[in-house]
Design a protein around this ligand. Structure first.
Ligand code: PQQ
Length: 239
């Protein structure tokens, strides 16, 4: 497959299988979530966020050139910050506070759903064990992330006015960072995957990552549905 056709294939996966189409995300952006549902999403998504720099440190260690390591190191710094009080994780903790969740609760990891733990562990291990090409290709869901960030800021400001807009800094910053990161990752994948087998592996990695994000939302969406075993007035077991 030529480069242009391969890029189109990747973009189609990142668009058509992206979690912005998940019913829970659609409900969130349409303003249909209760405060408790929104808090549950923030708490569980924090579990994903805090593992991104761990995942990126594992990816970084696979690169054998200074240039690639230097570029990827910036991702770790974007999330962890260069000094205390900065960075994406700190901004996500502030989002938590804006929706009424103590940072101690988020940092404790208590109340993270089992399915979310598995999805996040699956992504980290995929990058830990896979080739550099697969690990970088898996990050290409971010081709669709800038769009979802803009929609989300707009939706939160419109539908969830009880949330302090200052808490949305994470999403505002991520729009720019996601655009840059996905552009860099795409350049690497297009230059590395020149055989049909490598292109297939990259496409499979990206599909897998779409499944990770989708599974995470499945777990969050179904956490408060009636339990088919114990009856409609009982909620499922939660840790
Ligand atoms: O809120 C979202 O919809 C969303 C999606 C994604 C993504 O597409 O993987 C990421 C993020 N946010 C994000 O904030 C982030 O830092 C991030 C890093 C990565 C990655 O795979 O390296 N994806 C994403």
């Amino acid at each position: 497959m030529g480069t242009a056709a391969f890029e189109a294939r990747l973009r189609t996966i990142a668009r058509e299988r992206y979690h912005d189409r998940h019913p829970f995300n659609v409900a969130m952006h349409e303003g249909r979530l209760t405060p408790d549902q929104l808090r549950r999403w923030v708490l569980n998504r924090f579990h994903y966020q805090r593992h991104i720099p761990i995942k990126d440190a594992l990816v970084l260690a696979k690169f054998d050139t200074r240039e690639h390591r230097r570029a990827w190191l910036r991702r770790v710094q974007d999330h962890d910050g260069r000094v205390e009080g900065e960075g994406g994780i700190e901004n996500w903790l502030r989002l938590g506070e804006a929706v009424g969740l103590d940072r101690e609760l988020l940092l404790s990891g208590d109340e993270v759903l089992p399915g979310v733990r598995l999805a996040v562990e699956g992504y980290v291990n995929f990058c830990r064990l896979g080739s550099p090409l697969e690990a970088v290709a898996a990050s290409l869901t971010e081709l669709s992330a800038p769009g979802i960030m803009l929609t989300r800021v707009d939706a939160f400001e419109r539908h969830y006015r009880w949330i302090d807009p200052a808490g949305l800094t994470y999403f505002r910053n991520r729009e720019r960072e996601g655009r840059r990161d996905s552009g860099e990752a795409l350049d690497l994948v297009l230059s590395w995957a020149t055989t049909a087998a490598d292109q297939d592996r990259a496409a499979a990695a990206l599909s897998f990552k779409c499944d990770v994000l989708w599974s995470l939302l499945d777990a969050v969406a179904h956490a408060d549905t009636a339990d088919p075993v114990t009856g409609p007035d009982r909620v499922r077991w939660r840790p």
